[in-house]
Every structure is written in structure tokens, then in C-alpha cells.
Write a protein that binds this ligand. Structure first.
Ligand code: ATP
Length: 283
């Protein structure tokens, strides 16, 4: 039997109302008839667009936080939305799909040691039973991002930098060994040098753990460096998609060209990409 695609979105649309209070106003499509597939083999698929293009709404539908107005999302062959009896069950869904958000400081409470969240994730998602087994899973996940249980134990969010905390968010997402990570602007609040190390961690996780990514960003250079496929989103629609070289080296659409023109270049090269290649995963 062939393995199902990790993700299939077909004709996905989400309407919202604009203006006019509760009953008035006009509806508009934040996401408009999007069709998009992630194959069975691990890959990074980026969705690139400017603010307001619908990227976050798309991510939220993938994460079951927003219900589509029409269209369908299938995860490993099973519907994500719809009747409880037909869709993928909640526990499988939470294990198979994990989010990483833009602001790691919002992912954890200021009043609890960060490690408590990681342990709770392992317990709630039934990854392990018993304190020692839970700690072994948490340590495994932290080591994948260059940290360890010993380095995180007992500390609160104020004792970490933004980059460290985002690496811990990545570790949290890795605890259930998901098939898919949906990362919505995961490096836009992290400074440039740490951005590179996080992007390289994603690359390594894909290769070594076989996890696929939907990488949502407005940052063309990390999308170019990291992705197997890039889709350009504008006004709710995917207007162009393909390999990074196809789409970004030779854009067919004027909008993509405009996005590219906003990226600083030196001698027709993107210095950021060279830096990304040179950056290593922190020990
Ligand atoms: N709950 C909502 N109700 C009404 N309109 C919404 C809602 N959520 C998003 N929108 C609108 O949908 C459009 C797409 O927003 P979305 O956040 O998906 O875009 P984005 O590309 O992720 O932008 P950003 O990077 O700024 O978050 C915007 O016009 C936004 O104002």
C-alpha cells in the first residue's frame, strides 16, 4: 500500500466579514480556494506572503483553530475538520501536528518553570508514563535543539533569551514525534544570528527525524534556503509555487518579483543565504 500524503488541502476557503457590525458588512476571502499537497516523504513547504495575505488564517485552519468555510484538509488521508466520527481523532491529531508560533514568550507562562510545560506535553500526549520515562523524552527533544533537560530544569522564561526560548518551543513540538510541524513566522522575532541556527535546526529535524514542515513566513531568504517547495500567497490565493529556484530565481508573477525586489542584494546575491549556509546548530 502506498503511504498517504502527509497533507492535502483542496479548495480551502475561509470567509470573514469586514465592517458593518454583527449582521452588516461584506464578506471577503482571507483564504481563497487554496489547493496544496505535502507528499509522504519529509519536506519543507513554505508559504510566503506579505502581512494580510492570509498565511496565519491558513495555518490556523491546519491547526484546527479556525474552521474552513469550504474545502477540505486531510492529514495522512483523514479529514481534519467535520463530524467527530469521520475526522481524525483529537489525540492523533495533536500528536501528528504540532505548532510553533512567532512569539516564544507567549508560549509559556512567566510563573511556571519552563520544564513543567515540556513534562506536561509528554504526559498529556501520552508519549511516556512515569517521571523517568517522561524526563527521558523531554531530554531527547531538548537535545535535538542543542539543549538538555539539565540546562533547562528549574528555569523560568525570563532566564532564557528569545532564541533559546524559541528552541525550547521547537523541542516542545518534537516531544510527540509529530509527522508535521506548522511554523508560523517562527524566526521573525529572533535576531539574525539566532534565526540562522533555528532554521538549520528545522533542516536537521526534517532530515534526521523525517518530520515535514509548513513554514509560514514573509522572509524570502530563509524560505529559499530551507524549502523544498515555495508557494507565494497574495490576497488569500496561492499565485505561484514550485522549487525555490523555480519560483524565486525566475518569478513568473509580478507580485513575486516585487517581493524579491524588497530583499537586499550584494552583487546579485543574497548575503543572508550565504550566512545561513555557514551557520551551525548550537551545541
Ligand atoms: N477573525 C477574523 N475576523 C475578521 N477578519 C480576519 C480574522 N482573522 C484574519 N482576518 C483578516 O484576514 C486577512 C488575512 O489575515 P492573516 O492574519 O491570515 O494574514 P497574514 O498573511 O498572516 O498576515 P500577518 O502576517 O500580518 O499575520 C486580513 O485582512 C485580516 O484582517
Amino acid at each position: 500500500m502506498t503511504e498517504p500524503n502527509v497533507l492535502e488541502m483542496t479548495g480551502l476557503t475561509r470567509l470573514f466579514r469586514k465592517g458593518g457590525g454583527l449582521f452588516g458588512g461584506k464578506s471577503f476571502a482571507a483564504v481563497d480556494d487554496v489547493t496544496f499537497t505535502l507528499p509522504a516523504e519529509p519536506c519543507v513547504s513554505s508559504i510566503v506572503g506579505e502581512s494580510g495575505s492570509g498565511k496565519t488564517t491558513l495555518a490556523r485552519m491546519l491547526l484546527r483553530l479556525v474552521t474552513p468555510t469550504s474545502g477540505e484538509i486531510r492529514l495522512l488521508g483523514r479529514p481534519v475538520h467535520g463530524q467527530k466520527t469521520e475526522r481524525i481523532d483529537d489525540m492523533s491529531f495533536r500528536r501528528q501536528v504540532q505548532p510553533i508560533f512567532q512569539n516564544p514568550f507567549e508560549a509559556f507562562s512567566a510563573y511556571l518553570p519552563v520544564i513543567d510545560y515540556l513534562r506536561a506535553t509528554a504526559r498529556n500526549l501520552e508519549v511516556a508514563e512515569g517521571a523517568r520515562a517522561v524526563d527521558a523524552e523531554v531530554d531527547r527533544a531538548l537535545r535535538m535543539v542543542g539543549l538538555s533537560l539539565a540546562r533547562v530544569e528549574g528555569k523560568f522564561i525570563r532566564q532564557f533569551s528569545g532564541g533559546e526560548l524559541q528552541r525550547i518551543s521547537v523541542a516542545r513540538a518534537l516531544i510527540p514525534r509529530p509527522r508535521l510541524i506548522v511554523a508560523d513566522e517562527p524566526v521573525s522575532m529572533v535576531d539574525a544570528s539566532l534565526r540562522m541556527s533555528i532554521v538549520n535546526i528545522f533542516k536537521r529535524i526534517k532530515d534526521e527525524e523525517g518530520i515535514s514542515f509548513v513554514y509560514i513566513t514573509h522572509d524570502l531568504s530563509t524560505a529559499y534556503y530551507l524549502s523544498d517547495r515555495v508557494s507565494i500567497m497574495n490576497k488569500g490565493r496561492i499565485i505561484e509555487s514550485g522549487t525555490p529556484a523555480d519560483v524565486l530565481d525566475d518569478p513568473a508573477e509580478a507580485y513575486t518579483q516585487e517581493l524579491m525586489n524588497a530583499v537586499p542584494r550584494v552583487n546579485d546575491r543574497w548575503p543572508e543565504i550565504d550566512r545561513l549556509k555557514a551557520a551551525s546548530v548550537p551545541a
